[in-house]
Structure formats: C-alpha cells, structure tokens
Design a protein around this ligand. Structure first.
Ligand SMILES: Cc1ncc(COP(=O)(O)O)c(C=O)c1O
Length: 379
C-alpha cells in the first residue's frame, strides 16, 4: 500500500457510492445493428454514409493513415485545405483552421485569444473543454450565470482589463437550450470584447445545418469566433476554429494545441469535407432530425429543446444509471448524464435526435423511458 493506492481506492469508493463510476463497455456488433441509437452524436447519420466512407478510403490511399507531423512542419495536406474551404462554404465564415479534435480547437482558440492581462467571462454551462481552456489561459476568469445578459454586461462594464473574451455554446450540450447569440454579440461589440461560440451542437443542426452563428447573421462578424467539432453532425473526427483570416493566422502561430499536435488524420479530414458538402446539398436531413426531436420530446413529456438533445431529468445519479442500463438491455441506447457532466447537478437521460432514426421508434423508446422513470419514482 502507498499513498497513491489509498487515494485511488478512496476516489473510486466515492464514485461508486455516488453512482458516478463510469465504464466504457464496447458496443457489440449485434447491439450496434439492432439498437435504437439515441445516444451517439452522429446527428445526421453521416458517420456511416457510403460517400464519407469512400472519401476517407480515397484519402488513405492517397496520403496514408496519418498526417505524420504537426501542421506547421509537413502535416498540412491538400485535404486539410479542402476541409477548411468546405467549412467556410457551409458556415459562411471567412477562414477556418483545422485541429485534431474539438477539444483541442477550444483549448487553442481560447488560450491564444486571451492570456495574462485579459479577462475570460465564461457561461456557467459551458463544456469541460472550455473550462479547461479558461484554466490554461492564465487570464483572469469569471463565470457568469447561465445566459444571464445583465450579469455579463455588469462584468464587462466593470472590468479593468483591456481585452475580454466571452465564452458560450450556441446550443448547450446537456440541456439543449440555445444561447441568445444576437444579444451576446451586441454586448461584446459594445464593450469591445471577443465572443467565442462553441458550435459543437449547432453545426449541422441549427440554421438548416449552417449553425447558429450563420443563422443569427453573424458569419461576417469579426469579433465572433466559432469553434466546431467534426465528430458530431459531420460524422467524422476533428475540430476547427472559424473566424477572420487575421485570427486564423494568429492561431496558426500561437495556439499550442495546433502547433504541438499531429495534424488531423487525412481520412477524417476527407470525410468531414464530404459531410460539409452533403449538409448543404441535402437540407432534408436536418428537417428529419427535427421531426425526430419533436417526437422524442413529446413522448418523453419534456419541452422540445433548440437542438438535437432532449433531456429527461431524473431523481438521482443512481436512477439515471439504472434506467440507462435497463434501456440498453431493451436495445435502446441513451446518454446517462450525471455529475460532473451536468451543470446544474440534476442527473438526466439524454436522448439525441438523429436523422436516420424513425420518429416512431424514437417516440416509442422515449415513452418507455419516461414510463420507467415514473414507475421508479424518478421523474
Ligand atoms: C460543447 C462541446 N465542445 C467540444 C466538444 C469536444 O469535441 P471533440 O469530441 O471533437 O473533442 C464536445 C464534445 O465532445 C462538446 O459537446
């Protein structure tokens, strides 16, 4: 026994007691084939689209399995440039810089745009990657109440720092609510601040797939920086920052998670580029997603959110875990969200609307979950 063992044991005991112990059980081929998947983030069903697969295979044939170096050494390939162009066409933004994940895009964007002597104002519900980015930034960090514009304005007005970055998500990942982007942008402009918008759950979903920044008419706004993941509605892997050409150049030179990281694998870049094209060409996919979203929300008895995620609050982390496991045994996959992944501490079953799930199947699964939750006294 040593202090590390003692500490690891105690940490695990606490997690088990609080029903927050996690596992990563591989999904069997049978379950993958048969399940109603309301848990994955492949919102538009593009991860298994033959066109994305073909694009990925062609990129492997041409470039191999790895980009083999940092983008600033020899890792930047034509396929990365094609992806950046595709992201700009889809979102209407001026420039894009591809990272190897959405997490790293957030780390790179926020650390490179803030830093010592600046202020980071972060919404209370932002994703772990943005919380970590704020911690790494060495800026002064303040957290404001979720979507509370009055509190944000006070903090912007009272700041002593010249530069400030306001950090939000366009569609929040757990509650599925939308940020008031137009008002946030106005405030940031009035108080000379940068608005960093994580579009992980907006891109491919809101604005007929173009994302919430475009839908709010902010695609050309120089003070608005968006980050995206390529691993949700784009069905691939990776991340990007979308902004002005000037900001792209700054990030290429200053973002440590860009410079000191191997460039995105060519297969993922090619698949994501193909997804950008398909999202624009086939807007009916987004419409199907919203049909499933409304079927899910109605069947679960919850108000429909702004995006794909519909959440059913349950009584405790333990109940969430029990219900998610029962649903999995019935071939229904749902997200089980417990502390620390829930910003308000309320555990939830998270249903993800996906364009390729039949609305009837989604509704039947959500109704079953809600019924079980009521029976368990969990709702
Ligand atoms: C809001 C948000 N930002 C960033 C990420 C990270 O993206 P990635 O999985 O590409 O690292 C996620 C999800 O995983 C997310 O939900």
């Amino acid at each position: 026994m040593n202090s590390l063992d003692d500490w690891l044991r105690a940490a695990k005991r606490d997690r088990v007691a609080g029903a927050t112990q996690r596992s990563a059980v591989p999904l069997s081929a049978e379950l993958r084939a048969a399940a109603v998947d309301l848990a994955s983030n492949d919102y538009l069903g593009l991860a298994v689209d033959p066109r994305l697969k073909a694009a990925a295979v062609a990129a492997i044939e041409e470039y191999g399995c790895s980009a083999r170096a940092s983008p600033v050494v020899v890792g930047t390939l034509p396929v990365h440039r094609a992806l950046e162009a595709g992201l700009c066409i889809l979102t209407g933004r001026q420039s894009a810089l591809v990272f190897s994940s959405g997490y790293l895009a957030n780390l790179g964007a926020l650390t490179a745009l803030s830093g010592p002597g600046s202020l980071v104002l972060s919404d209370a519900h932002v994703h772990a990657s943005l919380i970590d980015a704020a911690r790494l930034s060495r800026a002064r960090v303040q957290v404001f109440r979720h979507s509370d514009l009055a509190e944000l304005e006070n903090r912007l007005r009272q700041r002593s720092e010249v530069r400030a970055v306001v950090v939000v998500e366009s569609v929040y990942s757990v509650l599925g609510d939308a940020a008031p982007l137009a008002e946030l942008s106005q405030l940031c402009q009035a108080y000379d601040a940068t608005l960093l918008v994580d579009e992980a759950h907006g891109l491919g979903v809101t604005g007929l797939g173009r994302g919430s920044v475009a839908a709010a008419g902010l695609a050309a706004a120089r003070h608005v920086v968006s980050t995206v993941t390529l691993s949700k509605s784009l069905g691939a892997q990776g991340g990007a920052v979308l902004a002005s050409a000037q900001i792209r150049d700054h990030l290429l030179n200053q973002a440590r998670s860009f410079i000191f990281d191997t460039a995105l694998a060519p297969a993922a870049a090619a698949a994501a580029a193909e997804a950008c094209r398909i999202i624009l060409a086939e807007p009916e996919r987004v419409q199907q997603l919203f049909q499933v979203a409304s079927a899910l929300a109605a069947a679960a008895g919850v108000p429909q959110s702004a995006g794909a995620v519909q959440s059913l609050p349950v009584a405790s982390a333990e109940q969430a875990q029990i219900l998610a496991e029962r649903l999995r045994a019935a071939a229904v996959l749902v997200g089980c969200f417990r502390p620390p992944s829930v910003p308000d501490g309320i555990s939830r079953l998270r249903f993800t609307a996906r364009a390729t799930v039949q609305p009837e199947a989604a509704a039947a699964a959500a109704a079953m979950a809600a019924r079980w939750a009521r029976q368990e006294g969990a709702a």
